[in-house]
Design a protein around this ligand. Structure first.
Ligand code: NAP
Length: 249
């Protein structure tokens, strides 16, 4: 595989498992130095070990994205590799499905903190780091198909993910002249732990709603994220990409 990201440093939040893990593996295959940032240290160490055994370069950094100071420190650590070139805001949590009027304020605050405010903090510290030496960079924010339309019973999550889209569209214009590109990926139902709440019956029902008749794979989402992080997408900024098997809700 061509090493188009050689000498680039990438941070992926939620990089220990699922879509984030697959993104870390693919970024490393393309030559990037990867910082796997997550609260799941055990799985994060597996991810970095997998990258190193394939000849790549990676470290694990514990980072809870609900803590602003941990994100600030994470962005500083990229300097160990030189500079921060790529930031993928991927960490996120789902909630127990329920109608919005039954959502507790605590659950609303939890979803907004982890799924939206954290993306603002990542944006702020990553972009300031990229602006410091005027070299620019790339940000890919992971939203969801749920953030693009009515998503009954996914209310708090969907509102947070819609916020991620608006944050990204606005920031992309703010930074367009600074050589910093910002794009959004909206996965549909993808086979990871986050959809574990649905159980096997729930997953079968998801598949029936998806025109392609199946769940997405982490590889299918990661390849889009890595394309947006790569020079091949150099004229793309402020764009929102669905990867959802044709699902329209
Ligand atoms: P996943 O398999 O559950 O992986 C998420 C990773 O993030 C896990 O390693 C998790 O650690 C970590 N994490 C959770 N809370 C964190 C925090 N506060 N700080 C740092 N790391 C944290 O999820 P995924 O499906 O790959 O989801 C990745 C992104 O895609 C999320 O933003 C999600 O909303 C979005 N997405 C997923 C789907 C889907 O169907 N899978 C659809 C649309 C959008 P633990 O293992 O310890 O929890």
């Amino acid at each position: 595989m061509e090493k188009v990201l050689k000498n680039k440093t990438a941070i992926v939040t939620g990089g220990s498992l699922g879509i984030g893990k697959e993104t870390c593996l693919l970024l490393a295959e393309k030559g990037a130095n990867v910082i796997v940032a997550d609260i799941n240290e055990e799985e994060g160490n597996h991810t970095t070990a997998e990258i190193r055994s394939a000849g790549g370069n990676a470290i694990f950094v514990f980072c809870d994205v609900s803590k602003e100071e941990q994100i600030e420190s994470l962005c500083h650590q990229a300097k160990e590799f030189g500079r921060l070139d790529i930031f993928v805001s991927n960490a996120g949590v789902g909630g127990k499905p329920d109608y919005m009027h039954r959502l507790s304020t605590d659950e609303w605050n939890r979803l907004l903190l982890i799924d939206l405010t954290s993306v603002f903090w990542c944006h702020k510290y990553a972009v300031n780091s990229m602006l410091a030496d005027k070299e620019g960079g790339v940000v890919v924010n992971i939203s969801s198909a749920a953030g693009l339309g009515a998503s009954p019973t996914l209310g708090g999550y969907a509102v947070a993910k819609a916020g991620v889209i608006e944050l990204s569209l606005t920031a992309a214009v703010e930074l367009a002249t600074k050589n910093i590109r910002i794009n959004v990926v909206c996965p549909g139902w993808t086979e990871t732990a986050i959809i574990g709440f649905a159980g096997n019956r729930g997953k079968e029902s998801m598949k029936k709603q998806i025109p392609m008749g199946r769940l997405g794979t982490t590889q299918e989402i990661a390849s889009l994220i890595v394309f947006l992080a790569s020079p091949e997408s150099s004229f793309i900024t402020g764009s929102v990409f669905r990867a959802d098997g044709g699902l329209r809700s």
